[in-house]
Design a protein around this ligand. Structure first.
Ligand SMILES: [Zn+2]
Length: 234
């Protein structure tokens, strides 16, 4: 384990809005021959939500793609044996994505970024159900009798977004911002090939806090309104 001081914490808050239907699966069924339903994930009150781990996974994937495009050497999750914690002997040599999002392995490094579970801002009363046809992965043909129903959150639904990032370097923060933007331009959740999962990620407040803030000897720096756009593109 690597221990760190709290130098700077950044709390990014806002909303995630579904622009097209959003399917965050409960991860249970696989599409198989026969009738299959793909339910969405629900919280204990029966409301859909987006787990922080799903958000983090998508943001990390985009960060990896961007970092590689920039010519950086980036390891290949999710298999731990291909990640820096297994491949590298010093934390200083870890790739930028492992430094931001963490790695397991012989040397484990905690994520500097936490994504809170995103809950609906308003109660979602009804969900969409769309019929799908399972395609046989081997032959590419429609699997016989393979109609299934996919459940999704309707477009327009809004979820709370909160990301807490500790001690990011300037480069790491820049990559995180770029990855968030890139998720917006790609998709979140399942069935993106049928147009699901287009989202708008709207940041409305960024707060910067130091250890002094928690000790009550320093204020926080809050960025909101038009300044957020400037902060995001800085
Ligand atoms: Zn790595």
């Amino acid at each position: 384990m690597v221990f760190e001081k709290l130098e700077k914490r950044i709390i990014i808050s806002g909303i995630i809005e579904a622009i097209t239907p959003l399917h965050i699966g409960s991860g249970k069924p696989e599409v198989e021959i026969g009738e299959v339903d793909l339910p969405i994930l629900r919280d204990p009150r029966g409301q859909p939500y987006i787990p922080g781990s799903s958000l983090k996974g998508r943001v990390r994937t985009e960060a990896e793609r961007i970092a590689r495009k920039m010519g950086m050497d980036v390891c290949e999750p999710p298999d731990v044996k291909n990640m820096c914690g297994s491949r590298k002997s010093r934390v200083e040599d870890f790739c930028i994505c492992c430094r931001i999002f963490g790695t397991a392995g012989n040397i484990s490094l905690a994520s500097k970024v936490k994504f809170r579970d995103a809950y609906p801002l308003e109660r979602i009363e009804s969900l969409l159900e769309r019929a799908g046809i399972a395609i046989d992965r081997g032959t590419g043909a429609v699997a016989r009798g393979a109609l299934y129903t996919i459940e999704a959150v309707p477009a327009g639904a809004k979820f709370s977004l909160e990301i807490v990032a500790d001690n990011l370097s300037d480069d790491e923060l820049k990559l995180l911002k770029a990855a968030l933007k890139s998720v917006e331009d790609s998709a979140l959740g399942g069935s993106s090939t049928r147009g699901f999962g287009k989202v708008r990620i709207a940041v409305d407040c960024v707060r910067e806090r130091s250890a002094g803030y928690y000790l009550g000897v320093e204020g926080e720096k809050a960025i909101s309104g038009k300044d957020v756009e400037r902060w995001l593109t800085a």
